[in-house]
Design a protein around this ligand. Structure first.
Ligand SMILES: Nc1ncnc2c1ncn2[C@@H]1O[C@H](COP(=O)(O)OP(=O)(O)O)[C@@H](O)[C@H]1O
Ligand SMILES: [Mg+2]
Length: 308
C-alpha cells in the first residue's frame, strides 16, 4: 500500500555528468508532493530537462536516488513509465504518422488494447481540439496542434504524474489559454503536474509550489506565495559612476556588471536613503530602472546572490 503521505516524486542527491564532463545536475534534492501543480523554473541550460529526463528514465543518472510514489527507480525500473506522462520540450513524433496513428502506437506501447484505445482516443482528441485533425500527418500541424498531440499522447495511459517541459513554447495565446484550463481541470482531479516554463507570471498563476534551478542546483524551493511574500516590494536596477568596494556594499545591494547594482529596497527605506548611502561610499547614481515581475525578481535575486 502506498501511504497518503508518500511524495509523488522524491529526488535525492542526484548528480548527472554527461560523457563530455558537463555536470548538468549537481546533488539535486527535490520533493514534489502528490496532487501538486509544481513549477520548475530556471534559465536555459539550468538543468530542467535533464532532471525531467532523469525522473522519466530517459537518461541515466551518475549518482543519487529517484523515488516515484516512494518506489526507488533503481529497483522498480518499469514503474516510472507506467505512472508518468511526459510532454517533452522537443517534438519527437514521427512526422509521417497521422495524429491517430501516433496515439494508437503509443497506447499500444503502454499496453492498452485496441478496444480501450477506441474509447479513449476520441475523448482525448476532443478535449484538445484535435478531432478534425485525427487523419492529418503530424508534419502538417501547427506548433500548437503538435503540442496538443504530445499532450494527448502523454495522457493516454492515465498517468498519476504529468511532466510538461516548456509546453507553451511556440503555442499561440488562444490555444495556450485553452491548455491551461485543461491542465487546471486535470490537476483538480488529482493529477500531479510538474511544469517548466519561461512564462513566469503563468507559473505563478497556475502553480502553488516551485523550485528554482540554476547550474544544476536547486537554489530556492517552496510555496510560491510564501516565497514571493518574502520579496521586498521594490527591486531597482541602478547604474552608478563607479562601484563601491564589494565588502562595503549594504546587504540590500548586489553587484551587477561593471557599473550596475541591483537594489532590493528594504521595507521602510526610501530611494533617496539608498542614494545617500552610496554617496557616502563615494559613488553617484547615474540612472535607475524599476524592475517588475515578482517571480522574475526572485530568479534574479537568487541567481545574483549565488553569482557574487
Ligand atoms: N546530451 C548532452 N550532452 C552533454 N551536455 C548536455 C546534454 N544535454 C544537455 N546538456 C547540458 O546540460 C545542461 C543542462 O541542460 P538542460 O537540462 O537541457 O537545461 P534546461 O532544460 O534547463 O534548459 C546544459 O549545460 C546543457 O548544455
Ligand atoms: Mg529544457
Amino acid at each position: 500500500m502506498i501511504s497518503r503521505m508518500t511524495h509523488a516524486i522524491s529526488v535525492k542527491a542526484v548528480t548527472k555528468v554527461f560523457d563530455d564532463g558537463n555536470k548538468a545536475l549537481n546533488e539535486v534534492d527535490l520533493i514534489i508532493p502528490k496532487g501538486s501543480f509544481f513549477a520548475l523554473l530556471g534559465h536555459n541550460g539550468a538543468g530542467k530537462t535533464t532532471l525531467i529526463k532523469s525522473v522519466c528514465q530517459l537518461t541515466s543518472i551518475t549518482s543519487g536516488d529517484i523515488l516515484v510514489n516512494g518506489k526507488n527507480l533503481k529497483t522498480n525500473s518499469m514503474y516510472a513509465k507506467r505512472k508518468i506522462g511526459l510532454v517533452p520540450q522537443e517534438f519527437n513524433c514521427n512526422p509521417f504518422h497521422t495524429v491517430e496513428q501516433i496515439l494508437y502506437q503509443f497506447g499500444g506501447y503502454q499496453g492498452l488494447t485496441k478496444t480501450e484505445l477506441d474509447k479513449k482516443i476520441p475523448a482525448l482528441l476532443d478535449n484538445l481540439y484535435l478531432s478534425e485533425k485525427r487523419k492529418t500527418l503530424f508534419r502538417a500541424l501547427s506548433g500548437g496542434m503538435k503540442r496538443a498531440v504530445t499532450i494527448a499522447r502523454a495522457l493516454i495511459h492515465e498517468p498519476e504524474i504529468l511532466f510538461l517541459d516548456e509546453p507553451t513554447a511556440g503555442v499561440d495565446v488562444e490555444i495556450r489559454e485553452g491548455m491551461w484550463k485543461f491542465f487546471k481541470a486535470l490537476n483538480k482531479k488529482g493529477l500531479t503536474i510538474v511544469l517548466t516554463t519561461h512564462y513566469l507570471e503563468e507559473a505563478e498563476q497556475l502553480c502553488k509550489e516551485m523550485a528554482l534551478i540554476n547550474r544544476g542546483k536547486i537554489i530556492v524551493s517552496g510555496e510560491i506565495k510564501k516565497l514571493l511574500a518574502d520579496q521586498e516590494s521594490a527591486m531597482i536596477e541602478l547604474t552608478v559612476d563607479q562601484l563601491p568596494k564589494l565588502d562595503q556594499l549594504p546587504c540590500y545591494l548586489v553587484k551587477k556588471g561593471q557599473k550596475g547594482l541591483m537594489c532590493h529596497l528594504p521595507k521602510g527605506k526610501a530611494m533617496h536613503d539608498v542614494f545617500d548611502e552610496l554617496n557616502e561610499l563615494g559613488c553617484r547614481v547615474k540612472s535607475f530602472e524599476v524592475v517588475t515581475g515578482r517571480l522574475e525578481q526572485l530568479l534574479k535575486q537568487s541567481m545574483d546572490r549565488k553569482a557574487v
